[in-house]
Design a protein around this ligand. Structure first.
Ligand SMILES: C[S@@+](CC[C@H](N)C(=O)[O-])C[C@H]1O[C@@H](n2cnc3c(N)ncnc32)[C@H](O)[C@@H]1O
Length: 296
């Protein structure tokens, strides 16, 4: 039986949320997520069938309660923050406006399309593993959204030197203001691989802004969501997606510095007017830390 991946779960959550949201952007995200799930083989099509039927949605709600209560609403909360910050970075007037965006581990998400629609001169680059990139490329073509300003690149961020990956991307310009987005992906990298990735990015893009997420750490230093049930760790390992890196709130600044990132602000998971429905993942903005001369 084919496995369900976290990017498939995010796509299913997106389709589910768009059922009650007539906003054209939400509908476009859902169309892309739906086409990606169709391309994910039997497991993707099963998920889609579940989302499309009342009984399936009931089962999905039960599964969420059994595994990680509130995770679907957490995804929506995280994406609201990231979209707002990214849109601001790509449309603000002045020299600081990002002219290109590099999205690491973009999965089946439609953020690039939203940004490109609002910023006509922006270029977007998404880097993900080959299998997901092939599915998304076909899905974009299928829904008629294959914008020439969007380039999808297949690479393993834990193995391939990012400088070579960036420089091989057609249309990429290391000399212009760049926004790097890493939503729901850095936690899958071992600390040494994460540091190598951030150092490589900073060497190529020393002025880049960054919007990213990091897992919180439990008291025993395990990266996880606060309401995560004990069997979620095993499920992630079997799916080949164990969490490998995280930080406490008190140690976030230092952990990001250690990994090569400078923290500017963090979304408040306990904000009275917009709390995180399932805390355990820091959503933050900052920049890449410039590397010292000769540092690898
Ligand atoms: C949880 S999904 C997040 C997808 C998307 N960023 C979102 O938040 O909707 C994680 C994504 O990171 C990608 N990913 C994880 N490890 C990776 C690696 N070593 N190299 C490239 N992509 C990776 C996965 O393929 C997947 O698309």
């Amino acid at each position: 039986m084919q496995r369900i991946s976290t990017s498939m779960l995010l796509a299913a959550a997106c389709v589910r949320q768009a059922r009650n949201d007539r906003d054209p952007d939400a509908q476009q995200d859902a169309a892309l997520a739906r086409a990606c799930l169709q391309g994910c083989g039997a497991a993707g099509r099963r998920l889609l069938r579940a989302v499309d039927h009342a009984f399936g949605r009931l089962l999905l709600r039960m599964a969420e309660t059994l595994y990680l209560p509130g995770i679907g609403a957490h995804y929506a909360w995280r994406k609201r923050h990231i979209r707002r910050w990214a849109l601001q970075a790509c449309t603000q007037p002045g020299a600081g406006r990002a002219r290109q965006v590099v999205i690491l581990g973009a999965g089946f998400d439609g953020l690039s399309l939203r940004l490109l629609a609002r910023a006509p001169t922006l270029r977007a680059f998404e880097i993900d593993r080959a299998h997901g990139v092939a599915i998304k490329r076909a899905a974009l073509a299928e829904i008629g959204a294959d914008d020439p300003r969007l380039t999808l690149v297949a690479a393993d961020l834990a193995r391939e030197p990012i400088e070579a990956v960036l420089r091989a991307m057609p249309g990429f310009d290391a000399g212009i203001a760049t926004l790097v987005i890493a939503e729901g992906v850095l936690m899958y990298l071992a600390p040494a691989d994460l540091r190598a990735l951030m150092r490589g990015l900073a060497r190529t893009l020393p002025q880049a802004q960054l919007i990213a997420t990091a897992m919180a750490l439990r008291a025993d230093a395990t990266p996880c969501f606060a309401r995560q049930r004990p069997w979620v760790g095993g499920w992630l390992r079997r799916a080949g997606e164990p969490f490998r890196w995280g930080a406490t709130r008190a140690g976030l600044d230092a952990s990001l510095r250690e990994a090569g990132m400078e923290l500017r602000y963090v979304a408040d998971p306990y904000a009275p007017d917009d709390p995180d429905p399932s805390p355990g993942e820091w959503v933050f903005a900052g920049s890449l830390m410039p590397t010292a001369d000769g540092e690898r």
